[in-house]
Write a protein that binds this ligand. Structure first.
Ligand SMILES: [Zn+2]
Length: 433
């Protein structure tokens, strides 16, 4: 009979303890820190039914403890968030190398139970340094270029930043010193934006240096306005294919597909940037679909007209290449298939990666004959053209993207441009025109 009494007592005891606040607070620390620098931001979330009497942050290095931060007053809230910085600014005694970050949260309950969180971190006192090439980079809306740079010190990412867009840097091919980055000046980037070479480390240090750029005002591409007349037949085709179970106003449904689905599909395409090879998979200029007529070009601004009224406007970020119905779709260059499946407005779609963030896109196919992961050769037939997705007639929607930013493919069809902008600056093995 002793056991049940003991169990009852234990239950009572635990009830009393939880009422008085013996339970430890729960503590989450974000982000998942690996390094700290000058003043690295940290957030601690504490959950405790009795509130928080104290949060204390300590750094230890080589056996010495450095109190780094502490709450100034208790909090009665069940859930509390504390933001603070740790690093050299508040603890100047730190030096480069491993340290331990300790966060302790003490309950506001009677017993002041304390939860301790700790982690090994790397102290990085110095930001990286960066220098970029001194080339004059001619920038054109919707086009690409290549910059080289040298980064020293500890860094976790580097590349070129244009406005809010980031293009990764890669180690120079052929074992040469330095880094290079293929970057784009997006079709809608404000013309005064200066691309910056950047390097940053996990401690939150970030350094930049501007690229030397020329923006020839007169020679900029002019993106032209076009009208797309939406017939009832086209609208029904699009709705039937892309919103088969939808109900309600057909115009609203069409516009939703054209805007929201387009945006989501472009996001899916952009995310394929992470599926790229860290080498050039190609050594010849890109090719344009044989014998094709361009029915639309890059960054055409399209007004969608239905029954005489404008219902939508979108920008067309590719070339519509038409030959004849069900023509074999040619790979523009050697590469690896990273997408071979339906993709909303693009219909049956193939994306081929060519390395270093450069990818080609083929939309509206009637048939796909490759699989994700396949290596393809330049001009290899990958499927048949068609009019799946938002297409009113049989054609190939051909587009290109660089680190997820869609660009005008025409430079990549031009052997001289590749020679001047890519081959002159990095080793592109066996490149021939
Ligand atoms: Zn198109």
């Amino acid at each position: 009979m002793r056991t049940p009494i003991l169990a009852t007592n234990l239950l009572l005891l635990s009830m009393v303890l939880s009422l008085t606040g013996c339970d430890k607070p729960s503590l989450d620390v974000a982000p998942n820190l690996t390094s700290i620098g000058q003043a690295t931001p940290v957030t601690a979330h504490v959950h405790d039914p009795h509130g928080v009497s104290k949060v204390a942050v300590t750094l230890t290095q080589n056996g010495t403890q450095y109190p780094s931060w502490q709450t100034s007053s208790p909090s009665k809230s069940v859930d509390s968030t504390f933001n603070f910085n740790v690093g050299i600014k508040t603890t100047p005694q730190l030096h480069d190398g491993p340290a331990r970050l300790i966060v302790e949260a003490t309950s506001g309950g009677l017993f002041h139970s304390t939860t301790r969180w700790e982690r090994e971190v790397n102290v990085v006192t110095q930001p990286p340094t960066i220098s970029a090439d001194s080339d004059q980079h001619y920038l054109y809306l919707g086009m690409a270029d290549l910059a080289t740079m040298n980064v020293s010190g500890s860094y976790t990412s580097a590349g070129v930043r244009v406005g809010n867009q980031t293009f990764r840097a890669w180690p120079m091919p052929g074992g040469k010193p330095g880094l290079f980055s293929l970057f784009a000046f997006a079709w809608n980037m404000p013309p005064g934006t200066t691309p910056l070479a950047y390097a940053s480390n996990a401690a939150g240090n970030d350094v930049t240096t501007p690229l030397t750029v020329v923006f020839p005002k007169k020679e900029q591409p002019v993106y032209t306005q076009h009208e797309i007349l939406v017939s009832d037949q086209f609208m029904q085709k699009v709705l039937g294919e892309l919103d088969p179970n939808g109900t309600g106003d057909p115009i609203k449904r069409f516009v939703k597909i054209n805007s929201e689905m387009r945006q989501a599909n472009n996001k899916t395409l952009a995310d394929l940037r992470l599926k790229t090879a860290d080498r050039f998979l190609w050594h010849l200029p890109f090719t344009r679909q044989s014998h094709s007529q361009a029915e639309a070009t890059f960054a055409d601004v399209r007004s969608y007209i239905y029954q005489g009224k404008k219902i939508d406007q979108q920008v067309h970020l590719g070339y519509d290449l038409a030959v004849t119905q069900h023509i074999g779709v040619e790979a523009s260059n050697d590469g690896r298939v990273v997408w071979a499946a339906p993709l909303g407005i693009y219909g049956n779609c193939i994306v081929v990666d060519h390395g270093y963030g450069l990818q080609t896109i083929y939309g509206h196919l009637s048939r796909i004959d490759v699989h994700e992961g396949d290596m393809v050769k330049r001009s290899q037939i990958m499927g048949l053209s068609g009019m799946t997705g938002m297409a009113g007639g049989d054609h190939i929607h051909f587009a290109m993207q660089l680190d997820g930013v869609q660009i005008d493919p025409k430079e990549w069809w031009d052997a001289h441009w590749i020679q001047d902008h890519v081959v002159r600056r990095v080793d592109l093995p066996n490149f021939s025109k």
